[in-house]
Every structure is written in structure tokens, then in C-alpha cells.
Design a protein around this ligand. Sequence first.
Ligand code: SF4
Length: 346
Amino acid sequence: MSATGAGGGAATSRHDTSGLEPAHENALLSVRNLKKYFPVRKGLLSRIVAHVKAVDDVTFRVGAGETLGLVGESGCGKTTAGRAALRLIEPSSGLVSFEGRDVLAARGADLRRLRRHMQIIFQDPYASLNPRMSVADIVGEGLKVHRLVSSRAELESRVGELLERVRLDPSFVNRYPHEFSGGQRQRIGIARALSLSPKFIVCDEAVSALDVSIQAQIINLLMDLRDELGLSYLFIAHDLSVVQHISDRVAVMYLGKIVERARTDQLFADPRHPYTQALLSAVPKADPKRRTERIVLQGDVPSPMNPPPGCAFHTRCPAVLDVCRVEAPPLRDAGGGHTYSCHLDT
Ligand code: SF4
């Protein structure tokens, strides 16, 4: 590896930290230069003394029928990025468009219409379902809010159809969340997300709380639904092995920024960024020839309130150079849509 050699990714720009991401024009969802800074207040007057840069200049797109995996350790900003793209939290700045419409400028009825097409599945199937509501009321809440059903019988019938879609017995409509296993609860969460016939779903660590065997079932279900309904996903996970099968492309986040992105096959065959290499080294490989030594990263992710200067990964990077401590890394283009931010030309 060298810092300047010509064998790997050509450096593109030292100023664009959001990641080379062409062809936004035809994207279903287009997110550009998204930032979400949370103010830190202190003292009697509650003055702003700092900002937590949870998402710091992130750009990505998701095409129709496509799944983008968004991966990184806990606290890297991936969940905030997903929620800001849906405007469940207001971004500090940036552009978000859905089918060419400006999501951040939408108000009132326009925003409600946009939201019908953009849904979310949450991580914890135990916490995300109200224990006092029946399955019919949980899954059918959106149908009632948008006045898409006119009677209880119609509501239960529609919810029964949605339960069948997620491979649950439609007779479960009048049961309560405590009567279900974790995997079944997550299916109920998926049925709720499908209730308004969305085009795009953020799957926010949607399988992380489940056993490995159940994870595979839910991922298979999500893939089937994508094919049956033409859905697009932003699939957020901290584990690369979880996103491997479902994602067409993967973006890797560290401390609020995307540090590498590529088609899934490219990323798994030829990871360029040392952080991606470390994450990938933890993924179990069935083929003994492809097994590599595990790279164990030292220390915790630094605080996004006070990210390290230069390359934010330099405090943990096994390949750190002197320049990494003072200068932000250039964005390198490895070809075929594969880009990464690093001083090393790998
Ligand atoms: Fe690349 Fe950052 Fe590691 Fe330097 S510290 S080699 S820029 S990842």
C-alpha cells in the first residue's frame, strides 16, 4: 500500500467529503450533503457549547427496487441518517428528494402523502409494538389515520391480508404483542410498514435483536417482499454479514461520514478502506481459502462531539500514516462506483 501510488484508487477531490455518488437523477431517494448536528447545551442559560455531528455531509441514493446497505458500529450515525432522510428527525442541512420531490420542503398534506411512500421498520420488535394495542390496531393504525378503511370489519380484513403477506396467520388480528415470539413481532412490524403500500422502507437494524436463524428468515422475507412489491430498502445494520445477501450496494459509515461505498460483491471481494477491512475480517467465511486474520480495532469510536482531526479513523487505524493525523483523506475512485476516503492508495 502507498499513500501516492497509482495502482489503486485515483484521488478525486479533497473537498468533497460526502462520497462520489453519481446518477442521482433517476434515484427513487436521493440524499445529498445531509448533516444532522445535535446541539449540546450547558449551564443555567442552557447555552450551546458544542455540537454532536451525528451525520456530517452524507450523500447516497437508492434506486427503484434497489437495496442500499448502510453499515457501521453503534454511534456512527447510520440510524440518524436513515431517520433524517425520512424526516422523522429534521436534518440540520442537506437535500433529500423522493421521486424528484423535495422532502425537506414538503409541508402538511404534501408531507403526509410523501410519508405514505416512505416507511420504517424498527430494531426492537419488543419495544416498537404498543403492548396494549391489538395486532389489528397496530398494523391498521396508518389505514385509520389516512381514512383508508371505513369499518372495523374492513380494517381487520385488510390487516389479515397484510399478516398473510408477512407469512403470519390472518386469525392473529385480535391478539396482542406479548402472545408472539421476537420473529413474529418483527413480522408484525413489517406488516405495519407495508400497510400504506410504500415504495421505500428504512430497515433500521431490523434483524439485529433476533437470533441468527430468525435473522435469516426475516431477511428472506424482506427479499421476497422486495421482489413481489418492487420495494426499495435502506438496510441499516452494524454487521456486514447481515447486509451481504440483501444489499445491491453497501455504504460504510464511520463517525458521521461515509468512508467507503461499492457494489456488495466489490466491497466483499476488494475492501479498500482499513475500517471496512476490519469489519469484514469479523465476518465468518465458509470457504477456508477466503479466511483472513481477524483485525481487532483498538479502543472505542471517538465522540462525534469532538472527532479527531485529519482522518477521523486515525486513532484506531492499523495502517495510520503521519499525514492522517492532520489532513482529511482524499476521496478515491476504485472504478465501477467503488469509492473510499483514505490517504492510502490501496
Ligand atoms: Fe486511511 Fe484514515 Fe487509516 Fe490514514 S488513518 S490510512 S486515511 S483510514
